[in-house]
Design a protein around this ligand. Structure first.
Ligand SMILES: Cc1cc2nc3c(=O)[nH]c(=O)nc-3n(C[C@H](O)[C@H](O)[C@H](O)COP(=O)(O)O)c2cc1C
Length: 397
């Protein structure tokens, strides 16, 4: 099997495994642990509710995006084109999958045609390029700029996937120098840089270390949905000589910071950087909860893939469903748009946070706060709250 054939086979297997429920960290997103407060007397009509929001400082029709997924092979090209057309039509943004192969493509490669075609079919789509942190280390910026230019991307997403790199039989867990490379990229690239995880989220410590490096947004992509430790573990189980990775994948099957907790971390550590939330978002109500926690945008990967594989009509219906559910959540919270929901809860959280910080300092507890199941905000140690929550067997930080 040639290297290209092996690459295509790997990407196909990723898609199949991502559709397998056993590779989903279902129940661990943290979103079931709180409810939005019901407003029995919203002083608005449902018709007045709008999903209009902002994206990197520009107006956007919805706060939704399809998170970057597999690229660089014929099957993915079809899926990406379907997603691109649907996103453009409905006012969603879209990330492409890793453009790593494009870094080594020659001008004649089908790889480049694929991107040109995608852009030609959706000229007004807000699109994000995608590349891994390991690839930006040591790559001259103008090559990365070419990736952006080739699809006329509005931003470049740099993905982090340390767990996957450890579990993947072909993995490249080389991250040394990553922060400096990221800082140089933010300073020199012609478009905003978005840093994203791929399903394991962000701790407050990681986010604090990114302060001031010039990121425009962080897509937390937390624990609770597609889990690359599980996907690579399942692949390793069928790969001769990869028994150790398969066993490690089982040990780390719940590794990561939940999406809800990652958004809370992002809001408290990087208040001036846009917070995007993906990872286990499975309904418009999930999206509303993340917006209430402080996210500016909400993204879906696996559910969008599943809908796209079922065809254009199913995809369109699924997108309309997410929008409808978010509208209901806004209306029943008495909020006219996503920004109102975010601001209302931000004020509640700020109060709780500061009250609780004072309280915890007095008691010498580590910092932390969370929504309580009863719908109010309650301060407590992250560990205690998360361990109590359904599906959190042990502390992960
Ligand atoms: C089939 C598949 C391929 C993916 N490929 C990429 C990728 O190339 N680059 C990237 O940044 N994230 C990639 N992701 C991760 C998603 O962008 C997202 O962070 C993650 O799947 C969590 O979202 P979900 O729970 O809605 O699937 C991929 C996800 C899936 C399902």
């Amino acid at each position: 099997m040639s290297r290209y054939e092996a690459f295509v086979a790997r990407k196909r297997e990723h898609i199949l495994r991502a559709l397998d429920d056993a590779c989903q960290a279902t129940g661990l997103s943290g979103l079931d642990d709180f409810e939005l407060e019901h407003e029995a007397l919203p002083d608005i009509d449902l018709d007045e509710v709008t999903l209009a929001s902002r994206l990197l400082g520009q107006p956007a029709p919805t706060p939704f995006y399809v998170a970057g997924m597999t690229a660089g092979h014929p099957d993915a090209a079809k899926i990406n084109r379907l997603l691109a057309r649907a996103c453009e039509r409905r006012g969603w943004a879209m990330g492409v999958g890793s453009q790593r192969r494009q870094l080594s493509a020659t001008r004649a490669d089908a790889e480049l045609d694929q991107w040109a075609q995608l852009r030609a079919e959706a000229p007004a789509l807000v699109l994000f390029g995608n590349i891994g942190l390991s690839q930006i280390i040591g790559t001259p910026i103008h090559y990365l700029q070419d990736l952006v230019t080739s699809i006329r991307a509005q931003a470049l997403a740099v993905h982090l996937n340390p767990l996957q790199e450890c579990m993947q039989p072909e993995g490249t867990p080389q991250f040394r120098g990553g922060r400096a490379a990221l800082q140089a990229l933010c300073a020199e690239l012609g478009v905003p840089v978005v840093l994203k995880e791929t399903g394991c989220g962000f701790s407050a410590r990681t986010l604090r270390s990114l302060e001031g490096i010039g990121l425009a947004a962080v897509d937390v992509s937390g624990l609770g949905g597609t889990h690359w430790g599980r996907i690579e573990g399942a692949r390793a189980a069928n790969t001769p000589g990869a028994g150790m990775q398969a066993q490690a994948a089982e040990t780390f099957r719940n590794w990561g910071v939940s999406t809800a907790q990652s958004v809370i971390h992002a809001r408290s550590t990087l208040p001036r950087v846009e917070c995007w939330a993906s990872g286990g978002v499975r309904s418009g109500l999930d999206a509303a909860k993340l917006i209430a926690l402080g996210a500016e945008r909400v993204g879906y990967a696996r559910p969008a893939l599943e809908a796209a594989l079922a065809g254009e009509e199913v995809l369109d219906r699924w997108m309309a469903q997410q929008e409808h559910e978010l509208r209901i959540a806004l209306f029943c919270s008495g909020c006219i748009d996503p920004a109102s929901l975010r601001l209302r809860h931000a004020a509640m959280m700020a109060n709780t946070y500061f009250t609780w910080r004072r309280h915890s300092r007095e008691r010498g507890n580590p910092e932390g706060f969370c929504f309580s199941k009863s719908g109010s905000l309650a301060g407590m140690t992250q560990g205690t709250r998360l361990r109590q929550a359904r599906g959190f067997p042990r502390s992960r930080e």
